[in-house]
Design a protein. Structure first.
Length: 163
């Protein structure tokens, strides 16, 4: 059996095997790549064996054990929390939910909230744009914020959406 053919057929199974050993996909990929690199150097001898796959699998185990021993001697013992990287889905979902809640507000309240919190305008500037008094702006923003608040126990907005 040619080396390229062996790798094409057995690499996925070796990676699955190494993943079970290491409990980390990225580490399993590295481990199998290292082992297959060494196996390539001795492929004539390995391919002549009765069970070349058993030999390579044993190489994976040995490399894993060797890696664990090296890591145990050289790595710090502190517990490090894994860094969670967000794909942005949660933020988009929150934004979409807020847009739906804003859409349920009366037009003047929605305009006052958007001008205040999105455009960053003062009460005076909002009043000038909406053609009303500053007290009306504060009242509209207050009512809008009350309507936008979510009941934390149920996760449901305090208002009924209008379509």
């Amino acid at each position: 059996m040619e080396y390229a053919e062996y790798v094409a057929r057995q690499r996925p199974a070796l990676v699955r095997f190494a993943t079970v050993l290491t409990c980390r996909t990225w580490l399993a990929e590295d481990l199998v790549s290292d082992v297959l690199g060494r196996a390539f150097e001795h492929w004539e001898r390995i391919s002549g064996m009765g069970e070349p796959n058993a030999y390579v699998r044993r190489m994976v185990v040995n490399e894993y054990l060797s890696w664990r021993r090296r890591l145990a001697r050289s790595s710090p013992r502190a517990e490090v929390a894994p860094e969670v990287v967000s794909d942005g889905a949660d933020e988009r979902a929150e934004r979409d939910a807020m847009i739906r809640r804003l859409a349920g507000l009366p037009r003047k309240q929605r305009a006052a909230v958007v001008l205040r919190y999105y455009a960053g305008l003062s009460d005076r500037e909002i009043a000038a744009q909406l053609g009303c008094r500053e007290t009306t702006v504060r009242s509209q923003v207050h009512r809008a914020l009350n309507a936008l608040r979510i009941d934390l126990t149920t996760g449901v907005p305090h208002f009924q959406e209008t379509s």
